[in-house]
Every structure is written in C-alpha cells, then in structure tokens.
Design a protein around this ligand. Sequence first.
Ligand code: FUB
Length: 332
Amino acid sequence: MNQAPKPHQPLVKHIYTADPSAHVFDGRIYIYPSHDLDHDGESNDNGDQYRMEDYHVLSLENFDSPVVDHGEALHVRDVPWASKQMWAPDAAYKNGMYYLFFPARDHEGIFRIGVATGSSPAGPFRAQPNYIEGSFSIDPAVLVDDDGRSYMYFGGLWGGQLEKWQTGEFRPEAAEPAPGAPALGPRVALLSDDMLSLQTAPQEIEIVDEAGDPILAGDEDRRYFEGPWVHKHEGLYYLSYSTGTTHKLVYAVSRDPLGPYTFKGTILTPVVGWTTHHSIVRFQHKWYLFYHDSSLSGGVNHKRCVKYTELHYDEEGAIRTIDPYPGDENSV
Ligand code: FUB
C-alpha cells in the first residue's frame, strides 16, 4: 500500500513514473503518468531510453490519503497502430466518457497521437484502431474549455520530432530553426465533439516577449521544447512547458486559447534528471503542480518519479517560482 504523499516526495516508489497529467474527476485526483521501464540501456538525444510500454493510472482521495495504483490501463500490444514508446499521456472527460490521449511511434517510427476510451477515469481504456488523423509528435494535453470546446496542445523537439514537421510533412532530415529565428511553438487543434478526431488542422502557437517579439530559437531559457499544459486562472489561459536543454518549467499567458501567448516566467527550477514535465490542477480551492524528477533512481534520466507541491499566484496573477528541493530535501 502506498503512503499518503508528501510535497516534493515520490507519489509512488513501486514503479517508475513520469510526465504526470493530473485531473479532478468526481472529486478525486487522478494522475495519468508515463510508466518508465527499469532497464540499464544507453541514453541518447533521440530518447531511445524512454521505452515505455503501458500506462498505470494513479489516484488519491485527497493529500492525506494513500495513492492508489489502478494497474495497467492500456498496453502498446493493444494499440494496433503503435509500435513502441508510449510517452506522456493526458486524459479528459466529456459526454459521459473518459478519453486517454497518448503518443507512440507508429510502425514507420513516426510519433503520432492516439486516443483510447473508457467508462471509468481509472481505466481500462480501449484504443481506437488508428491514430488521430493529422496528429504528429508527442505530449498531448487536452483542455476542455468552459464553453465545451476541447483543444489538444502537443509537440516536442528532438526525440519528439516536432522540428521534422515544419513544412507540414514529415522530413526526417529537418533541423531546428537557427538561433536567431523564431523558436518553434507547440501545436494546437480543436477536437471534434466526440473527441476522436481533429476538427481543425493543427496550428502553431506563437510565444512572444513583453514587447510582442517572438521568442527566438537560441533563447533556451524561454523557448518551447516539449510538455505543453494549458490551464485557466481568472479568465486567462496559462500555457506552461519545458525548456528542455535548460531544464526549466516556464509559462506564458493569453486571453485566447490559441494565443499568441506572452512569456511571463519560471514555474519550477531544474530538477534532478534531464527531462522536466508537469501539469497544474485545482483541487478543493488550491492549486497544485505535479512534476517529476529522477531522484528515486539516484539521477537516472529514464527512471523517474512523479511528485507534487502546492502552487501559488501573486496578486497580479503571476505564478511564484517553485524550488523543487526546499530545504534541500533531495532524498527519497
Ligand atoms: O517521457 C518521455 C518524454 O520525456 C516525454 O514525452 C517528454 O515530455 C519528456 O518528459
């Protein structure tokens, strides 16, 4: 039995977990993480070390209750279009149904995004036979807006292949833009009412500085890398994401879910491990950040653990920067 979670400590220790997408369904917190495999293979910039094969859903009644692992919710063997690497997922609820969105490589080695459905937020989920037509790259994050429209944000550089889609077609040799050119933004598309297809073609989100100029590709402290998440606070849309090479979680805001978004600042300073990936959720009138690091494995990049902490806004709506190791609690 897993203990009640403590801030900045692993939610569970019996499996490696990463990329937590947290939601409140029926008054309970559900976390949809990646399930890192425990192996000693080599790491590279293509992300081959992230060999995940399945998903487990975690949940908790509140932060004083034990974390429940609901077991295998979906396995790659049951996804006809996918070959390997079940990376960062997200979930959504609509029309009495739960939807699990997930990226994986197809049988040509190209990352696509699929969707699976279930009647319970804990799974199991049954995958659609084909990936979502028109989808590509990784890290889907779905916002069901107050007006009922659902947006899927996605995209990640390097292993996530986003830079290979700059022409709208997959170009295996394509590189990132030059340092002085605008950085690539995440993509967003409106989902159909049944959540199973794209209603609009994916469009690039523009992230700009306070002067309205695009964040440049060489600005690695602020440019988009992977792991988008959008939440709403006091009528504003907050787009948060990982900067990748500089290992930060940062955010930008907009009055429009499609952007442009204006860069604001850092949410989380670098954690132990290379990747940083998160979600933000409101639960019982407080806001929480779910994130991961590699502390459970002593710093092995592909053996990560999901953690949480409370997140605070100041009076102007700015998110206060969080130190993942307050009091140097980098121990598990
Ligand atoms: O977990 C595999 C990949 O690592 C995710 O898709 C990225 O966001 C990064 O966390």
